[in-house]
Ligand binder design. Structure first.
Ligand code: HEC
Length: 158
């Protein structure tokens, strides 16, 4: 009997923890490939963190935010998919996917400018990066006046 009570207690304790973990690193939205997609962006400088080829995806709310000069409504979501560059001569071509990053406007995220930042591996599993130390610094430095979003509507004009 005691064991059953103990198990029940454990469930009660771990459930909120699981929900909390879920809200701090949400799973990737399944439909993002149907969002507005940017032009192809190639960074050939090997010393850059963004070395490779990437595409930005923005949902409807985020597109409205870009159109308003980077003023985003709660819930706006933006994703970048990064790919390696395939070895070989000629123009750079896409190799394997290497990471995915997400920003979603969420007013609870006060320490990161009202945005949730999350990183994922190529398989879509959360990489557990700390948003404050890993992500926010650059976005704050480069885009404090653009709602912390570095890209602009011009990136979606192909
Ligand atoms: C070294 C600086 C740097 C760091 C660190 C960084 N970013 Fe960025 N991020 C950028 C730049 C530069 C762009 C614009 C890319 C473009 O325009 O193609 C960007 C763009 C983005 C975008 C598309 C929206 C926007 O702001 O243009 C998302 C989403 C994003 N980053 C998420 C993240 C996440 C999540 C992390 C942490 C895991 C992170 N970033 C860490 C520099 C950085």
């Amino acid at each position: 009997m005691n064991r059953i009570v103990a198990v029940a207690m454990l469930c009660l304790i771990s459930l909120p923890a699981a929900l909390w973990a879920g809200s701090s690193s949400p799973s990737l939205p399944k439909s993002y490939h149907s969002w507005q997609k940017s032009g192809r962006k190639v960074v050939t400088d090997k010393s850059s963190l963004f070395y490779g080829i990437h595409y930005i995806y923005a949902d409807k709310k985020a597109m409205n935010g870009y159109k308003a000069g980077n003023r985003f409504a709660e819930g706006s979501s933006i994703i970048i998919e990064h790919f390696n560059i395939k070895d070989g001569s000629g123009s750079p071509t896409e190799g394997s996917k290497n990471m995915v990053v997400l920003m979603r406007k969420d007013k609870r995220m006060k320490t990161t400018g009202g945005w949730l930042f999350a990183g994922y591996g190529a398989d879509g599993a959360p990489s557990g990066l700390d948003p404050v130390s890993t992500c926010f610094g650059c976005h704050q430095k480069d885009a404090a006046k653009k709602d912390y979003v570095i890209s602009t509507i011009n990136d979606f004009k192909k």
